[in-house]
Design a protein around this ligand. Structure first.
Ligand SMILES: Cc1cc2nc3c(=O)[nH]c(=O)nc-3n(C[C@H](O)[C@H](O)[C@H](O)COP(=O)(O)O)c2cc1C
Length: 208
């Protein structure tokens, strides 16, 4: 499989890391683009001076190809490049709204535009809260165009007690949406209820 993956400057670098690790673990060829603010995010949230493919991949970085953000002539900018889906994680409102309005002046919005025009799967893991009216309009435009809006929005129904579990919830959902098998703990099973969780159990003394 070939999955195009983009990291933009919205909070949630760990979602991108875990998603890419899931792709690599499944033997997927990852075609990666990172916006300038996405690079800043990897620095601010993960301490990466430059995008370190070894850190992002977890194991075998050789299945990741890193493309230049400004190279709108790269092969993933063309409809003739066959891939199995594109995921933008995390996706900023800036990139969301650009894509909703058909811009193609960088490799992320161009690859997304091509994915839409070729009727391939595009998954946008948007991260913003609250949503602006422009975000909501972009959701509608993109959903009508067949894009899946999958906000970085971890459910708590598996009773997570760590940040890692919450990150895995989102990363696992994104892998599901592009048909990549994974072993992340994301499945609800009423026959195997999880231990209930209270805030003070996992955080300690409740701050008032
Ligand atoms: C540390 C940091 C966190 C940010 N978090 C968000 C966010 O969660 N959602 C968002 O839409 N923008 C966020 N922004 C703002 C975007 O990075 C900014 O709008 C930028 O233009 C996005 O560009 P890009 O879409 O090309 O990556 C954040 C910026 C910084 C520096």
């Amino acid at each position: 499989m070939d999955i195009v993956t983009a990291i933009t400057g919205a909070s949630g670098a760990l979602y991108a890391q875990r998603f890419i690790q899931g792709l690599v673990a499944a033997g997927v060829n990852v075609h990666l683009v990172i916006s300038p603010l996405g690079r800043r995010l990897l620095h601010d949230e993960m301490g990466l001076e430059t995008p370190d493919l070894e850190v992002l991949a977890g194991t075998n970085k050789h299945t990741i190809t890193l493309y230049s953000y400004n190279d709108v002539g790269a092969k993933i900018a063309s409809g003739s490049f066959m891939h199995d889906g594109m995921v933008i994680v995390p996706c900023s409102s800036n990139s969301l709204c650009q894509i909703a309005h058909g811009l193609g002046d960088n490799l992320i919005n161009r690859a997304a535009a091509v994915t839409i025009k070729e009727r391939r799967r595009l998954v946008i893991a948007h991260r913003e809260m609250p949503l602006s009216p422009m975000d909501v309009t972009a959701y509608k435009l993109l959903t009508d165009a067949g894009t899946i809006i999958a906000p970085c929005n971890p459910g708590l129904y598996l009773n997570p007690t760590t940040l890692g579990e919450m990150v895995d919830f989102v990363a696992g959902k994104l892998l599901d949406l592009v048909g990549v098998r994974h072993a992340l703990d994301t499945r609800y099973d009423p026959k195997q209820p999880r231990p209930p969780v209270r805030y003070d159990d996992i955080v300690g003394t409740i701050k008032s």
